[in-house]
Design a protein around this ligand. Structure first.
Ligand code: AVJ
Length: 322
C-alpha cells in the first residue's frame, strides 16, 4: 500500500499554549466557558466514540442513515476529485462516501484534517490500506485556524460531518463559514452535517444519557485542565446540568459548583472563586432548521445545491457550492 502523507501544522507545544489562552479567556467570561476542543484528549475521544453507540444519541445513526441512502447522489452532485474532511476523527462514516466515490471512480485524493494526531494517523493508515490507489494526505491541524493549508487543485468537496458546526458559537460559525467559502474555488463544494430542532425531551435525553457517558465526557475537560495545568478542580463538588435553551435553540452543557469554592490553575496563573450554584459552560450543541442553514451558507457566499434528511427529519446533510 502507499503510505499516507502527513502534514503536521500544530507545533508540539500548541496544545499547552492554547489551553492556557483558552483557560484565561474562557474562564473569565460570564458564564465561564471552555472551548470544546479540550474535551478531545485520548480519553475524551474514546468517550465520544462510546456516545455514538448510545441508544439515546440519535444524531450518529441519523447521519449514517442519510449517507447509507444517498452517498451515490452526494458524490455525483459534488463531481469532486478530492475529498477533504474537517474534524475527521476516525472517519468511520466517511467510508460510506469513499465507497460511493470508488464505485464512481473519480476520486484521486482524500485529505482528513484533525487536531488529534494519533487518531488521524490510525484512520489515514486504515483508509490508505482499504482504498488502494487513493492518495491519502492527513493534515494535523485545527479547522478553525488552518483552512488556508488545505490541499489545493482538482475539484474539492469539503465534508464537515457529525453536526460539529453546532459546537461553534454564532460568531465563530459565521467566521468559519466565511473563511471556508473564501478559499473554495468555483465548482468546489461543502457537505455540511447539521442536527435539526426537535422535541426537547429527545434532545435532552441525547445529552443526558442514562448510562452517564455524556456526563463523563463533559467532566473530562476538568480532568484535562487538572492534568495539563496542575489545576485542582474537584469533580465531586460539581454536578452535570445540561439543558435545552429554546431561545438559542441549543443544548447547553454545564457543570455547576455545588459549594462555594476556590480553584487554582497554576499553569495558567488563574485563581477562580466560584459561588455556590455558579455554572461553567463546557459545550453547546446548536440545532438547526433547514431554512436557517441555507441562510447562513448563503450569507457566507455559498449556494445550496441539495439538502438530504433522514426519514424522521432528525438530521440534515446540505451540499453547498461556491
Ligand atoms: C459530534 C461534536 C457534534 O454536539 O452532538 C456529543 C459532541 N457532546 N455529546 C454533539 C457531543 C456531547 C457532538 N458533536
Amino acid at each position: 500500500m502507499t503510505q499516507p502523507q502527513m502534514k503536521v501544522l500544530l507545533e508540539s507545544d500548541w496544545a499547552a499554549g492554547s489551553l492556557v489562552d483558552d483557560v484565561r479567556r474562557g474562564l473569565s467570561q460570564h458564564p465561564r466557558t471552555l472551548p470544546p476542543r479540550w474535551l478531545y484528549d485520548d480519553h475524551g475521544s474514546a468517550l465520544f466514540d462510546e456516545i455514538t453507540r448510545l441508544p439515546e444519541y440519535y444524531p450518529f445513526l441519523a447521519e449514517r442513515s442519510i449517507l447509507e441512502q444517498h452517498a451515490a447522489e452526494i458524490v455525483t452532485a459534488s463531481g469532486a476529485t478530492t475529498l477533504v474532511e474537517l474534524g475527521s476523527g476516525t472517519s468511520e462514516k466517511t467510508r460510506l462516501l469513499l465507497d460511493a466515490f470508488t464505485a464512481e471512480g473519480q476520486l484521486t485524493r482524500f485529505a482528513p484534517v484533525d487536531v488529534s494526531e494519533g487518531t488521524l494517523r490510525e484512520a489515514a493508515d486504515q483508509i490508505a490500506a482499504a482504498y488502494p490507489g487513493l492518495e491519502v494526505v492527513g493534515v494535523v491541524g485545527d479547522f478553525t485556524l488552518h483552512l488556508a493549508h488545505l490541499p489545493k487543485g482538482g475539484r474539492r468537496m469539503v465534508a464537515f460531518l457529525g453536526g460539529t458546526i453546532g459546537n461553534l458559537y454564532l460568531e465563530e460559525r459565521k467566521a468559519f463559514l466565511g473563511a471556508l467559502a473564501d478559499l473554495l474555488e468555483p465548482g468546489d463544494s461543502l457537505l455540511l452535517g447539521t442536527d435539526l430542532v426537535k422535541s426537547a425531551d429527545r434532545l435532552v435525553a441525547a445529552y443526558d444519557d442514562s448510562a452517564g457517558v455524556t456526563e463523563a465526557f463533559i467532566r473530562n475537560s476538568l480532568t484535562v485542565v487538572n492534568r495539563e495545568l496542575g489545576a485542582d478542580f474537584d469533580q465531586a463538588s460539581f454536578s452535570y446540568v445540561p439543558f435545552w435553551d429554546p431561545h438559542m435553540e441549543r443544548i447547553d452543557m454545564r457543570l455547576r459548583s455545588e459549594v462555594p469554592q476556590r480553584v487554582t490553575i497554576p499553569g495558567a496563573d488563574v485563581v477562580l472563586d466560584l459561588a455556590v450554584g455558579e455554572e461553567l459552560r463546557m459545550e453547546i450543541s446548536t440545532k438547526f432548521r433547514v431554512s436557517r442553514i441555507a441562510a447562513e451558507l448563503e450569507a457566507a457566499g455559498l449556494a445550496v445545491a441539495r439538502v438530504w434528511t433522514d426519514d424522521p427529519g432528525d438530521f440534515a446533510l446540505t451540499l453547498a457550492v461556491k
